[in-house]
Every structure is written in structure tokens, then in C-alpha cells.
Design a protein around this ligand. Sequence first.
Ligand code: NAP
Length: 524
Amino acid sequence: MICIPITAKTNKEALQEIQKSCLIADFIELRMDLIADGDLDDLIPAIRSTKGSVKIIVTCRKKEEAPAANELQGTRSIIKNKEIGKMDLLKKAIAMKADFVDIELTEGPAAISELRDYCAKQGGVTGIIVSYHDIKKTPSLARLKEIFHQSVENGAAVVKIVTFAKSAEDNLKVLSMIPYAQKHPQKIIAMCMGAEGRISRVIAPFLGAYLSFAALAPGAHSAPGQLTVRQMRQINNLIQGNRPNKSEAVLSSGQDLQNYVLLGNPVAQSLSPAMHNAALKEMGIDGRYSAFCVSNLESAICGIRGMDIRGASVTIPYKVSIMEYLDEIDDDALEIGAVNTIVNNNGRLIGYNTDCLGLMLTLRQLMPVKDQTFVIIGAGGTARAAVYGIIKEGGLPIIVNRTMDKGQLLSNKLNCPFYSLSDVAKIKADCLINTTPVGMYPHTDQTPVEASLLAGYKYVIDVIYNPLKTRLLHDAEGQGCRIVSGLDMFVHQGAEQIKLWTGKEPSRALMKKVVIKRLEKIEG
Ligand code: NAP
């Protein structure tokens, strides 16, 4: 449900805003601290007469908790309505049967209980929103829970927690309060302010937040980062397009929506959201996959647990460091030493590695693995997955790496030969697999192995999929090798993630199509 805050400077302008807002809002919040000569005797009847079903919230935000959302607010975020004090104003709203009044937790138990008692005397029509705002930062999760419980103890009909997000993890912390509240059960509004906090405003309704705030028009924001109603609707329509039941009121539920996330840094260029969302939609799963650029892994894990995220993909640079935060790690992932997939099994986080299977499925489509020789260029996470998978299926891998120590270490661990990259000419094998980022966009003129050295290989595989044909693959084709890009591996590792999360098989053909389309767009 969308709540439009009325932030006009004057009573007259507020009446005009009400006319427009009532047409599209489920709730109207009268920000009496901003409407200088705001008069409830005019404003509440105006809302009721325009659209009776719109719910009314009356708020008189204290200055310390009112963010400077626009240039006006620094000077307006105090009660200008001098005739009448804050408590009297809220009581008046209660007497006029406003649906909610909002009072800050920091006003203290006495003030909140005074309002509650008054409300009961007036027939108990009005609910109390007990709100908490931190306009500079997001407190710890433990503190957020404390705030939540204090608000509940103070008799909140709805708890409202709004903090300033400095990072993606701040969003995860605050959003995790929504499922937390649902377990109690308690209505909650929870979101973050600021540019970093925008994503929380989009996600909160889907997690089941009681309502979300959106501005009537640009410049009418009551908090920084607030989207306009139009933007909210556009985003909802986009997401709606990915949901199986289009008649469902997107902004009002979210209870059965399955959330999946990508954790990495950076993630902006990732093709996983497009690929996974297309697959989930085609499978008829009411799910959504979003990318989070993470700088604090521990907080991100807290968010996954708290928000009941069903599953996560993990990418650079967290595939190894994520392991210490998980409850269980699958045997293959443990042997490989890297996790790229997390399954949330009723609060128990289990790590898997689908990169290995993704590569092996690609290999099996191309050639037999057993007794064949493979040169693996690189000794990082992907190389480890490749070497492990090949050995498991009876193939014979040879590690070739730029840095001797790293290559030697992997060779010792998995008991296979190792050569320095400068010695690659000395080796002969059936297949060469590049697991380094050399040649990846935008450095498309680079290659890890000179063209002339590729002639002896029957097959050359590059795990890079952007571009689809790297210089290595061009050169290999020129030498008569059969070539395969990292696209198939990418699709398979993603499909295997969806299988782990949902137990169902996605359409790999569709996923491949989506990725190719995106890549064509990137390549212009
Ligand atoms: P990683 O753990 O950082 O390992 C990178 C490896 O590449 C290291 O062994 C490094 O050698 C080597 N390397 C880096 N720059 C080099 C250079 N200029 N010359 C020679 N060797 C160089 O990375 P990763 O996680 O394995 O990822 C590697 C690539 O695989 C990335 O491009 C990633 O996008 C791709 N990938 C693709 C898929 C897919 O589904 N298609 C899945 C996973 C990963 P040193 O030891 O000498 O530093």
C-alpha cells in the first residue's frame, strides 16, 4: 500500500496536494510539522470528502528525526502550528478519527501512553504508529530489535523503523526487521533513507511491510531517497511482469514471494539477475533475484538469515571468505575450497559450488572427459573447480599458472602436474581451458596463450563469456580447434543454482537466450 506524505508549505497548498494524492494513494500522511498553517479541521474532512477509503496518518515529526529531504525542510522541520502543541494536535487527530497518529519512540513511554489512553477514550478507532528515525546512520541489528520490542511494549499498532543507509548491508539489516516483526506478529514499516536506501523502498512491500511511502511528485519528498508514486508504480509494473499472477496486488502482499540475491562486489554489470529472473518467471515461480553490492559480508549474511532469503549466488571476491559464515558446506564445495551458491534451508545456510558442475556439463557436451588430458590456465577459484571436476570424472588435468607458488599449491593439493605459464609450449594435451580473466571485456585484445601454441589442442574452452568469442577462442578457431565460450558454463552454473533453490529444472535454453541478448546489447 502506498502512503503519500503531504509536505506542502501552507494549508491551501496542502488541500491541493490532497486532491491529487487521494486519487492514487492508499494512505495520506499529513506532515503537520511541515504545513506551516496546517489545520486539521480543513485537511481531514478534505481527505474524507475526496476519497473516503483513503486512510489518514497524522504526524508531527520532531526536528531531530526529520531529515532534510529538500531545501525547504531544514527550516520547516519544526512545529509551525504554534497555536496548538504536538500532543494536543495528535489528540485532535484522534478525536477526528484519523486512522493513525505517529509518535516517535523517543518522545517516551509517558507521552505514548497518554495518547493510547486518549485513543481508547475516543472509541479506539485510531491506531498508534510508534516510529523511530535515525537520519544519519543505521544502528546494529541488535539495536534495531531493541527498538522494535520497545515500540511493541509501548502499544504500537504499527512499528515504524526508518534509518539512513550508508551501504547495502544497512538495507539488509533494516529489511530483516520485516520478517522478524511478522513472526511476533506485528505490523511494521521498515525502510532506509538516502540514495543507498532506495532499494529498501522497492523491496520492503514485497517482504510484507505494512506500507511504503512515495512522493506525489519530484520535490515533494518527505525523506531523502524517497521515490515518487510514478517511479514506485513503474518498478512494480516491471516486477509484476516477472510474476506469474498478474492480477495480484503487488504492493499489498509479498508473503509468498521467494527472494534470491547475488552477493559480490562489484555486481553492477552482472547478467545473473536478468538470467535468473527470466528463468523463475518462466517456471511460474513467484520469485525475485536482486544483486547486492556487498562490502561487509557478515552483515549481508545476517540479512539473508533475517529476511528469509531463500538462496544466494556468491561471486568475486567472496567465494572463499563466505565459507566461514555458513552452517554447512557440501562435500564438493569443501574440496574445491569455494562456494558460489547458498541454500537457505529453514534458517540453515548451506554452501555449494555449481561452477564445477557448470563447467563439467559444458565439457561433457563437447568431449569425453575420462582419460583425456586438460591444460588448465590459472590457479584461482575457477581453476580449482575445473581441476577437481576433471579428476573426479577420470580426466588428467595439468595446471599452468603465472604465479609459481599458487600453481604449485593447487598442484600439491589435488596431486596433478604443474607448469609455469612461460612453459606452456612444452605441454601437449587434448583440451585447453582458460580460467583466468585475461581477454575479458574491455581488455578484449589480450590472450593468455599465443595463437601458435594452440595448434595441438582438439578443444579450447574459455570460461569468459563477455565477449562471447575472446581473442583466445578466435585464435584457437584459426588453428582448427573446436571452441566453446564460458556462456554454457555460466548458464549451467546458474541453472544448477535454481535447481538447488527450488528443486525444479529451469529452461537452460531460455537462460542462454537472455544472456546472449544482454551481451549483444553490451557489445552494441
Ligand atoms: P581468481 O580466483 O581471481 O583467479 C584468477 C586466476 O587468473 C589466477 O590464477 C591468476 O593468476 C590468473 N590471472 C589473472 N590475471 C592474469 C594475467 N594477466 N595473466 C596470467 N594469469 C592471470 O578468479 P576466478 O574466480 O577463478 O575467476 C576467473 C575468471 O573466470 C573470471 O574472468 C570469471 O569471470 C570467470 N568465471 C566464469 C564463470 C562462468 O560461469 N563462465 C564462472 C566463474 C568464473 P595468479 O595466480 O598469477 O594471480
